[in-house]
Ligand binder design. Structure first.
Ligand code: CA
Ligand code: CA
Ligand code: CA
Ligand code: CA
Length: 608
């Protein structure tokens, strides 16, 4: 009974939209003959593929150039300086990148031959206007290649369905559409960060509405077109997979292309242009956040999965360029890196979550630098002494009354010594004074209070004695850091459109003229910058994108972060932001930390 369902959908659409089927008759495009694949160029010319070559045709179909290659999987993108085309050389098993300018077609770059049976291939242009290429193997194993920078680099491997008939990316939506033979059409996040979310847009029964086989895809301004290769029909869907009012009821569609406002369909008689009706406008999207790129990154941590968590910065007293990034691997211990990202030390101190550093702590017997981290197995604070050269030494534990210790931050009160805030996933926050005792350290509980739900990130502004606490699903609070103060906590910024849950790492930038609070807005992989003083004005937000030239991937899903306004030299003359990166790419691997120049952030947000 497969025909029946289709017929019902058809009748239903006709009742709703009596004009839908009376659209203008398709126009035949004789210049495209019976070429298996075609792409329309913005100036009216064509790129076409036949068994022997890729050919550039002018508007009248006269050949302007060709490349003798048995090509498949043609896809194109319009760039500011011409057209980028990708094809797969079926003889050499090699993806080729071609460029078309006003005069000619030429081979630009070639990727290494693939060592798998390629099923499908398509281009993607990301929000930073960097080009990518998806290579999809028969068994569903896929690779995403970054085409920017001096040579193409593999951004990541990913898993897609087996038997992909066709793939196409929708750049405006950062979506990758793939049609899975015998099953349906999926939409994946095309962005290389994160675990690709997917949605089934069109399913073969019993998973969805169609009876046939989803095949070739084309991206339209208002949705996608899919050949149902059982009967050669073409379904037009919106971006969420709903049938559009206009449907094409063809008998033998074999290939698709989009041109201007037409859907081009190859059937038994040649290429036909079908005028698309309704809703062809691309929806205006909200202004995207500015993007900065990392200038450096650390080596990857030695544990896979979500392992790297929270950084701190130790500033070398004489030579800031020899400063250290001290960071936690929550499956292994404490790490130390130099400003080039090289790992200098690993202290296997167990499941450390957050870490903070204070320097020149005035103790009765002299000054010292300490790092303090939350130790989750022991529900304790792990104390580390930092030598004058940055060398770290495990200096013992301070017990707490918490069960599930999580975030922590340090406070140097005006009277000297060191205080620490440690929080529990249940919302409790304990405030201790750290005391030096023979052979180690101990904590004296000053007070305990709580927020309503899980906190983690926190930071103290020592200059003004203010504690900021992130309540992950709720927002950022400010309150006095001094145990004796009685002012009520103030909500600095609630979770919302700009600060998207979870609120994660918090850090303070104390610049020449102004101090800023930086927060990890983990839910949308961005960073929010606020004035560190009331009324905590919003200064903007940014994302961290791909540094193609340096081969550093973008940053997403950040847990902890730390910032310093110290002049570290080089790119970091105005200071340095260190962020945990949830997904290491270029290539994929264990997590690491990225180094961002404050200068780049200040420029992106127009900060003084
Ligand atoms: Ca994480
Ligand atoms: Ca930290
Ligand atoms: Ca968290
Ligand atoms: Ca990343």
């Amino acid at each position: 009974m497969p025909r029946l369902k289709i017929f019902l959908v058809f009748s239903f659409l006709c009742m709703l939209h009596p004009a839908a089927n009376a659209a203008d008759a398709p126009r035949t495009l004789p210049v495209l003959k019976m070429f298996k694949e075609v792409a329309a160029l913005p100036d009216g010319r064509w790129l076409v593929v036949d068994k022997r070559a890729v050919r550039l045709l002018d508007q009248q179909g006269a050949e302007q150039g060709s490349l003798a290659v048995r090509a498949q999987h043609l896809d194109t993108r319009v760039l500011p300086d011409g057209v980028l085309a990708a094809v797969f050389d079926a003889d050499k098993q090699q993806p080729l990148l071609l460029r078309v300018d006003a005069k000619r077609l030429r081979l630009d770059k070639q990727l290494a031959p693939v060592d798998f049976a390629l099923d499908s291939m398509c281009l993607y242009r990301d929000a930073q206007q960097l080009n990518h290429l998806f290579l999809i193997a028969k068994d569903g194993q896929a690779e995403q290649w970054l085409l920017a920078g001096n040579a193409p680099k593999r951004l990541r491997r990913l898993a897609l369905p087996p038997g992909v008939e066709s793939c196409r990316a929708d750049d405006a939506r950062q979506a990758l559409y793939v049609s899975e033979a015998g099953f349906g059409v999926w939409r994946y996040a095309a962005n290389g960060e994160g675990i690709p979310e997917r949605a089934l847009l069109l399913g073969r029964r019993p998973h969805g509405d169609i009876a046939g086989e989803p095949g070739a895809l084309a991206v339209l301004p208002h949705g996608i077109a899919v050949i149902d290769s059982n009967g050669g029909e073409v379904h037009l869907l919106d971006h969420d997979g709903n049938f559009l009012p206009q449907q094409l009821w063809l008998k033998s569609a074999e290939a698709l292309a989009f041109a201007g406002s037409d859907l081009l369909v190859l059937d038994g008689k040649g290429w036909q242009a079908h005028a698309l009706t309704g809703g062809t406008q691309v929806q205006e999207k909200a202004q995207p956040l500015p993007v900065v790129v990392a200038r450096g990154q650390t080596e990857t941590v030695a544990r896979s999965g979500d392992a790297a968590d929270d950084p701190a910065i130790w500033v070398h007293p004489q030579h800031p360029a020899q400063s250290r990034i001290i960071a936690t691997n929550k499956k292994q211990g404490l790490l130390s890196y130099d400003l080039k990202g090289r790992q200098l030390q690993l202290l296997e101190a167990g499941r450390l979550n957050n870490v903070d550093v204070r320097q020149n702590i005035a103790w009765p017997g002299g000054k010292a630098d300490l790092a303090v981290a939350t130790q989750r197995d022991e529900a304790a604070l792990a104390v580390f002494e930092i030598g004058r050269d940055g060398r770290i030494r495990d200096a013992g534990r301070v017990a707490t009354g918490l069960n599930d210790i999580y975030g922590t931050c340090l406070y140097q009160p005006p009277g000297g010594g060191l205080e620490v805030f440690a929080n529990d996933k249940d919302g409790r926050i304990e405030h201790y004074r750290i005391e030096r005792v023979k052979g180690g350290y101990q904590g004296k509980l000053l007070r305990a209070f709580s927020v309503d739900s899980q906190p983690e990130g926190c930071v103290v502004d020592d200059h003004v004695g203010r504690l900021f606490v992130g309540e992950e699903k709720h927002g950022i609070w400010a309150m006095p850091a001094s145990a004796g103060a009685t002012e009520a906590p103030q909500l600095v910024m609630p979770v919302g459109e700009q600060l998207v849950a979870d609120v994660e790492g918090l850090a303070l930038y104390h610049g020449q003229g102004a101090s800023y609070l930086v927060a990890s807005s983990q839910g949308n992989s961005s960073y929010v910058v606020l004035d560190a003083q009331p009324p905590y004005a919003y200064r903007g937000a940014f994302r961290i994108g791909i540094n193609a030239d340096a081969g550093i991937d973008g940053v997403s899903d950040t847990d902890g972060l730390e910032v310093s306004a110290v002049d570290f030299g080089g790119a970091f003359r105005k200071g340095l932001l260190v962020v945990q990166d949830g997904y290491k790419r270029l290539p994929d691997g264990a997590q690491n930390f990225k180094y961002v120049a404050w200068e780049d952030i200040a420029r992106a947000l127009n900060l003084p």
